[in-house]
Design a binder for this molecule. Structure first.
Ligand code: ZN
Ligand code: ZN
Ligand code: ZN
Length: 385
């Protein structure tokens, strides 16, 4: 991995902080309180571990940001490349919530509304409520999701690298996925391969054989995979720069059942049509319908039991969600999964999942690319191992 030079990172951070302020004004938020998690990593590059002691970025709309850290975490925070905010360390017996309150109340304009990050621990939210008793709390996500959803070219490149890494694992699936092995053993090998392919961590490996394939989020079990089983394999991890991968392929060990072959063709047509329909201006709801209509017309509508997909970035599930009823208009830079599935309870199931980035609509001049770029490129035809 090529390390980014320090000044490039801090420029990126300042850009993000600059973009967040107008969004705060529009949302009527006076200060953001961001604890460890993807939002903090997005804003500062600091991949802090969420612990009971408070670590929190305090970002006033009209003042300098500062990061409150426990004294014992100070060296770790100081070591973050390009972390260009004032670090405020507190001693073990200090009250960091009161500290934040004092500093904010010293401002000429006292904050009235604080946006707390969507994943802040409830205990910390309540401690802030106590320390900032006149400040109304709201979710920072209303502001941060609008930023995080629109990926920069550098973020898209990160997702492209993540996609290529998980593709390498799918491409080698025959090494591990064999009849006579348990789902659990296969999943363990896949997780090792996810890391070997360049991820920092393997976050999930769904290996769902036979009737287990009808459960979309099946946990790998001790079921021994049989000859003739159809197996749904949904895998992903997090790259060293924090960006996630997520891709599903369905495999057949030997000749698949005839009823399966019928609906797999319907599913493949639906997934292809949805990817082809990705372009700026389409809504999430319309994109969901493109696949759902094809699957319903094939007679399997009642067996497609989940939304089409989810956004992906520093979190494996984030906005935008590709779901019926969502008026979210897709824009260039948005990245999300297209993962329709068909699940026949008690029999088997199938899902095909690619990450797609909405790009500028090329009008199809390049032979089929209408505004979406797939980041997963392994064969989508049923792979018979
Ligand atoms: Zn899922
Ligand atoms: Zn998945
Ligand atoms: Zn997914």
């Amino acid at each position: 991995m090529i390390e980014e030079p320090q000044e490039m990172r801090s420029r990126k951070m300042n850009e993000r902080l600059d973009r967040v302020r107008p969004a705060m004004v529009a949302a009527g938020i006076d200060v953001l309180l961001v604890s460890p998690g993807s939002d903090l990593r997005y804003l500062t590059g600091y991949d802090a571990v969420p612990l009971e002691r408070l670590t929190c970025l305090v970002l006033p709309v009209d003042g300098e940001p500062f990061l409150v850290v426990p004294a014992l975490e100070l060296p770790a925070a100081q070591a973050v490349p390009g972390l260009d905010v004032e670090l405020v360390a507190y001693a073990e017996t200090d009250d960091p919530y009161a500290l934040v309150g004092h500093r904010l109340n010293a401002n000429a304009r006292r904050p009235r509304v604080a946006g707390v990050d969507d994943h802040m621990w409830a205990a910390k939210v309540l401690d802030f409520r106590h320390a900032l008793s006149t400040v109304e709390q709201t979710l920072a996500g209303t502001v941060l999701r609008e930023l995080r959803m629109r990926k920069t070219p550098a973020e898209v490149e990160s997702l492209r690298r993540a996609g290529a890494a998980i593709d390498r694992v799918h491409a080698a699936m025959g090494e591990w996925l064999r009849a006579g092995r348990t789902e659990r053993a296969v999943a363990a090998d896949i997780k090792d391969a996810i890391v070997a392919a360049g991820h920092a961590s393997a976050d999930f490996a769904i290996v769902a054989a036979g009737p287990n394939g009808a459960s979309p989020h099946h946990e790998a079990s001790d079921r021994v995979i049989g000859a003739g089983d159809v197996v749904v394999v949904d895998i992903g991890g997090r790259m060293p720069d924090g960006y996630c991968s997520d891709s599903t392929r369905t495999y057949a060990l030997g000749e698949p059942p005839a009823d399966f072959t019928d609906y797999y063709a319907v599913l493949l047509a639906a997934q292809q049509a949805q990817v082809a329909a990705v372009r700026p201006g389409i809504t999430a709801s319309e994109l969901d319908a493109v696949g759902r209509d094809i699957i319903a017309a094939g007679g399997y509508g009642e067996y497609f039991v989940h939304r089409t997909g989810h956004g992906i970035g520093l979190d494996v599930h984030e906005d935008p969600y590709i779901v019926a009823g969502s008026a979210r208009v897709l824009e260039p830079g948005m990245a999300f999964s297209i993962e329709p599935g068909i699940y026949l309870p008690g029999r088997h199931g199938a899902r095909i999942e690619d990450i797609v980035v909405c790009t500028v609509d090329s009008g199809g001049r390049d032979g089929g690319q209408h505004g979406g770029e797939r980041l997963n490129l392994t064969d989508r035809q049923l792979t018979i191992l």
